[in-house]
Design a protein around this ligand. Structure first.
Ligand SMILES: Cc1cc2nc3c(=O)[nH]c(=O)nc-3n(C[C@H](O)[C@H](O)[C@H](O)COP(=O)(O)OP(=O)(O)OC[C@H]3O[C@@H](n4cnc5c(N)ncnc54)[C@H](O)[C@@H]3O)c2cc1C
Length: 391
């Protein structure tokens, strides 16, 4: 099945994938509009949400079939991952897993069709790794909740229609217990989005301020007070998506891929050096280990086995691979050989090692939840949130 589908996808992409010159500059409104229109065409061709249930717009197939699309897509410079990675990899899946029937009917198909774009509103200035310390409040008021607070590092907030937000609904219980997840509209009064510039010069991240945004109780995902469970489920889905390369564009052929880097090293005549050859072999092995881990996780999911926290292994291997490849590129090619694409990817190479939980946090998760090592001491687990010192 997968082989026939892969051939179908390959033929479709060969006929329909835009050439590099046709895609507007990343980060521009034209780029987002182009990505939305292209995902619409992917949907019409039957390749958007291949593993999602048929009743919500998907094709009802398995994880290997879903992965087949992204593997084939990685050969092209598509704009999909940059705009839809968070929606397709996290927000949609959490609505699919924990949302009400009404939420699933309302939100999933437009996401798969590219008509609505989503962001993830978790991190705050004083709540990143310690996410449960977040301070954004959602106060119950009649049939509504009123949201006030600040989020940060929100990728894509400036062009998104909806976000998955984590907020504190009960400060009188310990920090993990008083949280609730919401679907929030991003274009309403009461939401202010301010761009942040990263070291590549791009402004993909934002600060987002909520100033009394009113949402109905029907916007809650996973129950009032169920936010920590919902957030953990979303983060597991995120790590699995990152590990599997779902929603990631051009990973297979990019300048920091094994093939991309080996090609440049060969072109510079460096392959004769046994030291350089050794370094490339190490990179190849790291890439294979990451790929085989993904494959194993995908097979397990398909067989109905929940990989749970083992998704963190795949995410960690991918993040480290990026960093190793970037360091190798700088080491072997030197400043003179770094063209704009390579420079850009080197500057971006640390992002996977931070976003979705830093490498240190993944190591703790693997230690505690995969290997069963003793848990890190946490003094604040039983203390009501309002009694914890701020920051
Ligand atoms: C590319 C990118 C995209 C992002 N997109 C989003 C988004 O769309 N939405 C969103 O909500 N957030 C987003 N983030 C934010 C991201 O989730 C946080 O940056 C991340 O969780 C780390 O939090 P922090 O930046 O507050 O760092 P901190 O938590 O302050 O960590 C600082 C350093 O301390 C270390 N550290 C902290 N606690 C521990 C511990 N217990 N043990 C060992 N070491 C520890 C960390 O590993 C890190 O090295 C994004 C980040 C990046 C880089």
């Amino acid at each position: 099945m997968t082989t026939a589908l892969s051939e179908e996808i390959r033929a479709w992409l060969a006929a329909n994938a835009p050439g590099r010159d046709e895609v507007p500059a990343p980060g521009t409104p034209e780029f987002v509009a182009f990505a939305q229109a292209f995902l619409g065409r992917v949907y019409d061709a039957g390749f958007s949400g291949i593993s999602w249930p048929v009743e919500y717009g998907g094709r009802g197939l398995g994880q290997p079939e879903e992965k087949a699309f992204w593997s084939e897509a990685a050969a092209y410079d598509l704009p999909l991952g940059a705009v839809f990675g968070i929606g397709l990899g996290m927000c949609g899946p959490i609505v699919r897993e924990l949302g009400t029937e009404e939420q699933k009917q309302r939100y999933l198909r437009p996401l798969l069709q590219g008509r609505e774009v989503w962001c993830q509103l978790f991190s705050e200035p004083a709540a990143g790794s310690d996410l449960a310390a977040l301070r954004t409040r959602a106060v119950s008021d009649g049939d509504d909740f009123v949201i006030t607070g600040q989020k940060v590092w929100t990728t894509g907030a400036h062009y998104c229609d909806f976000g998955i937000l984590l907020a504190r609904t009960d400060p009188d219980v310990p920090k993990h217990r008083g949280l609730t997840m919401f679907i929030v509209p991003m274009r309403e009064q009461g939401v202010t989005v301010r761009p942040l510039r990263d070291m590549t010069g791009a402004s993909d991240f934002n600060e987002v301020f909520f100033d009394g945004l009113r949402v109905p109780a029907s916007a809650v995902v996973g129950g009032v007070g169920g936010g920590w469970n919902a957030a953990r489920t979303l983060l597991v889905l995120e790590r699995l998506a990152v590990s599997a390369g779902l929603g990631v564009d051009n990973a297979a052929e990019g300048p920091l891929s094994f093939g991309g880097l080996a090609g440049r090293v060969r072109a510079r005549g460096l392959l004769d050096s046994p030291i350089v050859a050794d370094q490339l072999v190490d990179l190849y092995l790291a890439a294979r280990a990451a790929d085989l881990t993904d494959e194993k996780l995908a097979q397990e999911i398909d067989a109905g086995i929940d990989p749970g926290s083992r998704g963190s292994i795949g995410k960690l291997l991918k993040a480290r691979l990026n960093c190793v490849a970037a360091d190798l590129a700088v080491d072997l090619l030197g400043d003179a050989d770094l063209d704009e694409d390579l420079r850009h990817d080197i500057l971006q190479s640390r992002k996977l090692a931070i976003g979705g939980g830093t490498d240190e946090i993944q190591l703790t998760i693997i230690g505690e939840r995969v290997l069963g090592l003793p848990r890190e001491p946490q003094a604040d687990l039983a203390v009501p949130f309002r009694d914890l010192p701020a920051n």
